[in-house]
Structure formats: C-alpha cells, structure tokens
Design a protein. Sequence first.
Length: 85
Amino acid sequence: MYILRCSDGSFYTGATNCLEKRLIGHNRGTASKYTRSRRPVDLEATSVEMNKGEALRLEIKIKKLTKAKKIACLKSSRPESSISS
C-alpha cells in the first residue's frame, strides 16, 4: 500500500506488488486516470509488507479519511498504525 502526493496537493492511495514499476507508471500517466492529469507525483508513504487482502483493506480505510487525517497519518510516518479498525 502506498500514498502519493499529486502536483495539485491531493493524495492518491493505492496498492501494488511492484512499487517501483507502479510509481513510474503514475509519472508516465499510464497507471491511473486520477494521477494522469496531476503529474508529477511524489511517493509520500508506504506500508509495511502485507498480503493483498490486508493492503486493500488498509487502502480503503485511508481513502475514507479526510485530507487532514491523511496528513496526520503521514506525519506519524506509519499510516497503518494511525488508522483505527
């Protein structure tokens, strides 16, 4: 699971098994419709290694947060520890 900061200041949250390849895709405009018009993107945070199900559940929880709460999670440097179940 990863969080990107887009050029417009918004956040994009996603999950992948190859972060390097996915980040290149985001910056080329081929990985996501959302980030395509908000390039370049910067990697803000990654989660600890987890299985696909765990990553997708964490992604959904983070996407439901307000921008202020996402920023607080990023400041804590461990997004998954700042999200209540």
